[in-house]
Design a protein around this ligand. Sequence first.
Ligand code: EAX
Length: 340
Amino acid sequence: MKKVFSLLAVASMLTLTACGSGGGEKQNTSASSGGSGKAVELKIGHTLSDTSHYQKGMEKFKELVESKTNGQVKIKIFPNGSLGGERDMIEGLKVGSIDMVLTSTGPMSGFAPEVTVVDLPFLFRDAEHAHKVLDGKIGTELRNKVESKLSVKTLAWWENGFRNVTNSKRAVNKPEDLKGLKIRTMENDIHMDSFRALGSAPTPMAFTELFTALQQGVIDAEENPVPVIMTSRFYEVQKHLTMTRHFYSPSLMLIAKSKFDGLTDDQKKAIEQAAVEAGKYERQVVQDMEKQYLGDLKNKGMQIVETPDTKPFMDAVKQVYDKYEPKFGKELIESIRNTK
Ligand code: EAX
């Protein structure tokens, strides 16, 4: 009997190990696949339409990230403010409920006010000047400021474009024509102070509420780059457009620090490279759209003042510089202006 039992014991031991090893192999497989094998999905939000410059840039970004990481990192794009307005999305980054955001600097005054120096009126001569500043030392320092205030990684400067005034009431050729107009601005003190200085009544509002507010006549006017006016169909609710180019609107691509830190070094590098490459592509899309859409907006029935005399507008907002120069420092503003 003893012999039988010991034989049985040995037999069961053998079976156990056999099962183990079988499992082990699978485990190994699962270990290799279970470890870093599973693709990482990153959700990125923006407020503009799915035909906008932001969307086109992001589709390029997605393509680059997925090819550079052999599909190990997947990008899922959420347009039309489907993850909320820009300020809400930045809040979401902070608490980790959102992975990535492309946001204009407008709403950043509530998080990293230093970066809003770029929102000063008539600060940049043209897009080239802006790119030079943002892709240079100043742009990097501003990104570092954002990273010191928010638990995010800034990936690259993208572009929204030069902002122009639209309204439903009358043609705007000079600052006096803005008097009394209820105009929507981004949630940005500099922008609001600028329109107060121009004699209009600014209302800060998230982009996600803008179209309805215009449609219902809650506000008379707003200001955005031509590609936004076209792809967000503002021509349906605004009759007049004046090419004031009063603010340059850059955008920042941000990723939640916790998400970025969870990636491998190769994946981090791939995402950073893709953000810069797709950013260059997106800037070109803005330039092309601006050329194309001005004519299209005319065909849609908008009355356009293409070359207003902007000097009176510049003079009217001088007081905004008096207020903000002490905050940002004369030196920084001059070094931006003098960048060739
Ligand atoms: O960044 O809020 C705005 O008017 C912006 O142009 C828009 O959110 C894109």
